[in-house]
Write a protein of this length. Sequence first.
Length: 613
Amino acid sequence: MKKRIFLMLAFLVQASTLLAQEIKSVNFIQEGEVSKLVIEADKAFIAERFHVTEDKQIILDLKNVRISPKLLRGIDTSEFPGSTVFISGYKKPGTETDIRFAIQLRDNVRSILENNENRAVLSIENRFGVFSANKIRSVEGGQVQGAVVSSDPVGLNVPKSTSIDDILQNLTLSGPKKYIGKRISINVKDIPITSVLNMIADTSGFNIIIDQDVSKAPPLTLTLTNIPWDQALDTIMSLGKLSAVKSANILVIKTTSQLNKELKEELEASKLKEEAEPMVTRVFLINYAILGDIERIIKDYLTPIPTAPTAGAAPRASIQLDERTNSIIVKDTTESIERIKKIIETLDTQTPQIMIEAKIVEASESYSKRLGLSRGITFGYDPIVNTTGQVPTGPGFSFSTAPNAQSPGFIGMTIGVYKRILNLDFNLQLMESESKGRVISTPRVVTQNKKTATLSSTETTSFRVQQLATGTAPAVATFQNVSATVSLNVVPQVTNDGSINLQISINKSSFGTRPTADAPPNTTTRNVNTNVLVENGSTIVIGGLYSTDNQETRSGIPVLKDLPLIGWLFSSPYAPTSNKNELIIFLTPRILNQDEAGFTERQASKENGAGSI
């Protein structure tokens, strides 16, 4: 029985994995003052977002999805001038089909999550204030059942829905508001402001706590007819110089001066607590990254210096570099040290080593054919000559099966004397030749990421130069060299998803035939300069040159050579020629240290919150 239950549970887990949507792409885009994380899947999926202000992070959770390890690689966005620093993806701890993306920020800014069936777009401000409050409320309100989405001008705060909680939340915001509460009427004279507030609370059904300082406000005389209750409440707080703070489903109303005083005291207490926190010192050994680059990044994550530091006190947080041991010494609070540790572990990886292999294939093909009488038909006829007793010297016949310089595919007949026919001679030429050739060059080079690599091979030959005799100086023969080079110049750049961007320059020179024995050989040079994006280990054709040359020459007696059937007796042989040349370049880049450079799935120890910094 236990075995059956175990098998059933295993089957259910496997079935849930198979039914999960598959993530097809994860892209980071920066558009002006907005950065976007765009995630697309094959089917509709659920995405949820929440903000961790203490860690300056945005957490994006994807429910019931599958994703390849390649798409979970970290995205370093620190070089962009926006608010994001690093994006890390990992499997959410304790789940099988949930994925979490942690977006580390330079400072706390607002974000908007838009779900559109199989596409989720997380938009992040690059500076606080880029998004209007209306845009945030409208987008997020569109995801709530029964939400109210307004078409009013930008800057209007709109409640997410008609619920009490959402209306009260809207009232605590600053700026113009959209009022959607139930309409009420109030007609009072010289009544305490606390009584009016309680009257609105009883009518609308929300809980209210009124600070004792509010009762000191002067009494009110109001005549409000058929207006939303939230507008009436907002108007009364404005008249009484009051401010509201929402706590769960309770609205706490205080005087504005008292609330500002409490906020100031809370801020000062937070600073005192931060200054009183003990400092620790940690030495980080840097293996692969450049010290200056790491220092520039982690400076933004040190505890900020107090605005009014104590006179004579040493700085709280500090960072120092030790070039001899290639180490960074950081002094800061325990929380900041842990955050910096995760950043260094993510960024301090091996520089990718890329091997680029090029295959330069050069093929040539030539074809020629000769068909016809090489000299036509020649003969003589003498009707007077006495043929009695004459010994015929023909007929004769010749045939060649292997064309050569003396007999290139001839079938011929020769008759010296045959009765009254003299010197009958003809040669029928049937010849076809074909030649093919292929030359392959395979330059191969290894270099680091973003480093230029050059590989060249040179072939040299010589030709004779004859200097004529001048005066008493005899003629002198010297030799001069000529070279042909195959070179590969490439600058690779590995992207965060493991693809390789290549800036390539290939030069291929080769020798041809010599016009004469003492002349320099003909030289052919071909160049390719391009920039391509290739997946790791894939082969791409980056260039091709194809040329063809067809020739056909025919001569003969005018008019007679064009006669049907017998025209070939009065023309030169039919001799077409065809030459073809083709150049193709194949390129294959490959990352040699893929695991060490951090392009594989993160270690299991990093999944326990490793994505958050």
